[in-house]
Design a protein around this ligand. Sequence first.
Ligand code: AHR
Length: 620
Amino acid sequence: LFVNASEGAGRPIPETLFGIFFEEINHAGAGGLWAELVSNRGFEAGGQNTPSNIAPWSIIGNESSLILSTDRSSCFERNTVALRMDVLCDNQGAKVCPAGGVGIYNPGFWGMNIEKGKTYKVMFYVRSSTSMNLSLALAGSNGTPLLASANIRASASDVSSWTKMEFLLEARGTNHNSRLQLTTTQKGVIWFDQVSAMPLDTHMEHGFRNDLFQMLAEIKPRFLRFPGGSFVEGEWLTNAFRWKETVGPWEERPGHFNDAWKYWTDDGLGYFEFLQLAEDLGALPVWVFNGGFSHNDQVETLSVPPFVKETLDGIEFARGDPDSTWGSVRAAMGHPEPFDLRYVAVGNQDCWKKNYQGNYLKFYDSIKDAYPDMQIISNCDGSSGQLDHPADLYDFHVYTSASNMFSTAHKFDQVSRNGPKVFVSEYCVTGKDAGKGSLLAALAEAAFLLGLEKNSDVVSMASSAPLFMNANDGSFTSDTIVFSSSQLYGTPRYWMQSLFTESSGATLLDTTLKSTSTLLVTSAILWKDSTNEKNYIRIKAVNFGNSSIGLKISVGGFDTDTIQLSSSSKTVLTSGNLMDENSFQQPKKVSPKQIPLESAGKDMEIILAPYSFTSFDLLE
Ligand code: AHR
């Protein structure tokens, strides 16, 4: 392998090349990155009709001591359903309540993670027909042990109309499978609505689960594509993500059924929070909006103007002055400065639909008119021919086997350099090659990314899919980060991506590979380490074969005699078995390991292990 590192050689890689794609799938947000512990906090999971679906809320007590129902008596206009609790027992009367009282509990998303010494903010709205004697607790999954609790006594006049209650509870024990419970031993009728419990220590108090946020931050994503995927479309338009329903006070958000992935979301992680997440990560937001399409229905182009207006309002929400109509809503949420929204995508995987081109043009013209600098992404694949509509970028999605993904490394070698840029917004090895995230999948994807790096004159952005998987909801595999209520690990794909962290904004160096192996892919970049201000050459190689490969590397134009062996390094991602995966028990079984570099200098003889991804950093 010859690497040309002479002064001025190479070309810049876009600053935006590698980012992340967040979709509300596999409980990535609800029960995941969004740290809300209560599931179905507004009792709205069945929609606005009653009886609604209160699951996973359950009864404490039995039907002879307590009747649960839902009605539309909430104080919130957009989510009117409330829970009604008719308490039939009373410790002062003939029918004594069972020990511990009667009431309701919420197990969160497969158990709440409550940790000793940590503080949890619990809020709820309550109304009562009589004076009220209520216990609030965070407890183990069977109601014991009590990890934190508060007793609430209120006179009838204090709670005769809806009243907000707020508590800070410090946990005196740890239990990863806890629940929140509200109980009483007093006869009467109590209504509850909008019950929330959040740990206080979320990232910058912005509501993002710290450990999951940290994993994202460590791979330094340059953009965040959100909120889907199929989540943007829904199976039916009526269930599509609608940004206006996800902003403003949390209590007033109606939530919606994510019918693409078959679960309810309270939309605590809404449009504002996605923009905030991007900002906190130092990533550019890429908003995928609904272009009038779901999986089963679509809006005719003549009827699409309301969708266009909704999108323009959404852009104003993100970018408008704090005194504009929608910018003021953002400002009221605590962010007067505009968010740096420069990219929007018209739908997701909708190109093949009858009305796509017509609808697309309506969006395109209106957005460019109001925001000429906005980069607009089309769903139509421009790699196989010229697009018949204007676009700044086009989406390219690839879900395939490991061997196909490996071959796709060359996909963009021949595509037109004159049209819109490529956004590989979803790539993923699926099926039996992938398991829940195998070494094999990561190696094939690494080869694909090396191909993108080399074609980064035309490929501007790339992100894998899906990003997160709650281990209790593996609807779609393979994923990048797997978690439970208290644990997490990166799949081999995550660790593979960590070796591309320095690529965005680096310089791509010219390389010439002379090899008889068709199972070897390489690339080289020049990057600056901001911590020590030093320049490194990083050479990456995927050996996709079952035998080791001896590689002779020559670096030209770099003062190779002074390559510092001690400061140069070799990092290898491999494992004993091609189908090896990480797990909660062995989170770093398949992860990059630094090993000593055999030699450093003008000409180096390197051994690439079978089925491996190797990265060399050479310091002048
Ligand atoms: O990444 C999972 C799904 O695959 C996305 O929602 C969709 O865009 C694609 O079909």
